[in-house]
Design a binder for this molecule. Sequence first.
Ligand code: PEP
Ligand code: MG
Length: 325
Amino acid sequence: RRAIFEQLRQAPSVTADGQAFELHLNIGLLIELTRLAETGAKGIGLFRTEFQFMVSDTLPRLDEQAELYRAVVNASNGHPVVFRTLDLGGDKVTSYAPSTREPNPALGWRAIRMGLDRPGLLRYQLRSLIHAAGEKPLKVLFPMIAAPWEFRAAKAMLVKEVEYFRRRGRTVPETVEAGLMLETPGMAWAIEQILPEVDFVSVGANDLMQYFYAADRQNARVSDRYDVLAPAALQLLKSIRDACVRHNVPVSICGELAGRPLEACVLMALGYDRMSMAAGSIGPVKRALTALDAGRLGTWLASHMTDDLPSLRGGLLKAGSAAGL
Ligand code: PEP
Ligand code: MG
């Protein structure tokens, strides 16, 4: 198996019917950057900046944050890197963060909510990122955006910090992109309102499915209870992707879903040609996608998207094997 994946690493990322795709990595630690060369991934689709905060006993200082981000940018060797701003709270806790004792942490004060309510925290992080990027392009992704105003407020902070650097005659990145992490069903319904202001969208499928099905991703009793390939979920994912395409906004998907070969093929057939995943998934997913007739699976899917689940899943498996999976 290892040998197959090694060979695949060099192979072009194109499906059997000639559709190009891109696989990116989800990482959060500096040591994981070696996985870029090992897997042949196109870039870092999700750098989880909260890891540095979670492994530290105290709040990382601005220079400590900047040092990590600079090391990531340098080690990425020209590959694009998407830095997600702090996603603390919910399942991600630190010993020093403002109180995280809440009855429903997943529905509580987390991620961008914390960043906007404690703007000092987010501002410092944005400054660290701008500083670390130097003149290289910078991509910033805001997590858990549940309403358009949250994205606007976060993007305004980013723009303001870039201006702050410029006014002081400091180096600013050649381009700065603001991304929206789509993780709540409410945002999926409001996406059209904000897309004209968004540079890229990343669908956080772990949280999106958790909130869509109201099933705690950390509670084993319910986390796998609902099928992420059920018609309702597929229609949600398709409508998000189609809205982004209509507005010409690049969209990718990250989360466990993209890292599983069958699910990745279905995503590809829905039009998600950029996916970001854990390093161990790149080989298996690339193998599945390069063997896939995405057009054929897409056509099949278009007329079966609303089937009942057992026949949809059974059909997917069959259509998948007919399509080379
Ligand atoms: C997600 O929610 O799908 C995601 C990728 O982010 P995280 O798993 O870090 O919440
Ligand atoms: Mg998430």
